[in-house]
Ligand binder design. Sequence first.
Ligand code: BES
Ligand code: MN
Ligand code: ZN
Length: 484
Amino acid sequence: MQVQFTETAPTDVRLSARIVNHSSGMADLDAAIVDGAKASRFNGRTGQTFESFAMAGGTVSRIALAGAGETDAANRALNVEKAGAALVAKYLRSGETEMVVDLGHADLSADEAAAAVFAMRLRAWHYDQYRTTLAREKKVTLTKIHIVGAPDGTEEAWAEQSTIAKGVEFTKRLITEPANILYPESFVERCREAFEGTGAEITVLGEAEMEKLGMGALLGVGQGSRRESQILAIRWNGGGDEKPTVLVGKGVTFDTGGISLKPPPGMEDMKWDMGGAGAVAGGMLSIVSRKAKANVIGVMGLVENMPDGNAQRPGDVVTTMSGQTVEVLNTDAEGRLVLCDALHWAQEEYKPARIVDLATLTGAMIIALGHEHGGLFSNDDTLASQLSDAGFATGDKLWRLPIGPAYDKLIDSPIADIKNVGPRPAGSITAAQFLHRFIKKGTPWAHLDIAGMVFSDKPGHTWDKGATGYGARLLDRFVKDVAE
Ligand code: BES
Ligand code: MN
Ligand code: ZN
């Protein structure tokens, strides 16, 4: 989607839209439009849209209105985003190729106006690459938006926010790709291309290096796969000699469950079991693209979990890089096995000021929080509230759940130090406890279980159905708030 800021609306574009507030912003429009809107019960509530056709100077124009709600709403910027997104959702595949959007009738600040543009761009993102026979009416037609009436400073605010859009789009693309296309090595390749020339430093560990380091847990998960497991680290040094913030992502490019095979219905969803790594890659792209004044490293544990003659078995005991041993009771609880070695390595390698991991870790998280909040677990109240705040501000919402010694006991193993699954109750918490055992004393750590957030069967305001891009924006904001 191309975005163009102009003083006056181009005269050759038929579709003309504006964002209005609840009960204001329409006074100067033709009576036919105002009355038509009223008759259609359009009054500018958030996300509402109205369309009319009008005859002017012998040509027919198409007029659209989108509501941004009350001007004093606590989440005003998000409401403005919803208005922008509603316009794009309405016209993306409408046959119209360009749209003029007038931002001058909703009392917007520059940041709010940029937020409308941000959502228009994100809502337009789509991936039709593998559809060769898409019906003409279903093809995306809208490719250009002309912004008029934006307050001073909007273009500058958008220049900054557009780097976030770029990061979120990168996350969506990684999530959307099927697992025959996106596997550990091709994930690394995509990142090499995306970060080319940005000044970020890329480190990759292959299986031989991981074996030397003793990453028996991560390697055990990838053991049944023909694809080579990888650890990818993307490092951005923008903050002088401050201790870095480290972001760690679960990157299971496909999760069959392994020998503890998942049932067939819905297994295809497990192509997005790399959602944590996807969020880290997109967040890093945003952070790096805007040259953040912070030291941040994104570490991604990339593996494919397959059943095979060489796959690990339930009951196997593996030795992690930390030296702790794990009894693998269920090969489908593989995310924690990948993360424990990635987390340990990241702490040894980078001595972080704080470490945050993101993972599509447990189905139980979806049972607890649905698709509204990611789960947040932490050993540090300050870090937890910084993340919650960033979540609230960006719309990538988080909700904190408890951890503690009573839950920790549930994963003691009779034969090794830890077992990789606890009993059925509190499944998301015992998964977090597992990770906690690999965090060094005194290191602020948070774990975000985003299983319910990365993919959606319904469109939202910053995504069409499919990949949501969840997490990239959250991480960008979090780094901005705490490290810059
Ligand atoms: N990747 C899954 C979790 C998941 C499930 C994410 C559904 C998104 C949607 C994870 O590897 C897994 O299989 N977890 C098991 C853990 C269990 C064996 C303790 C689960 O949640 O069933
Ligand atoms: Mn699994
Ligand atoms: Zn998984």
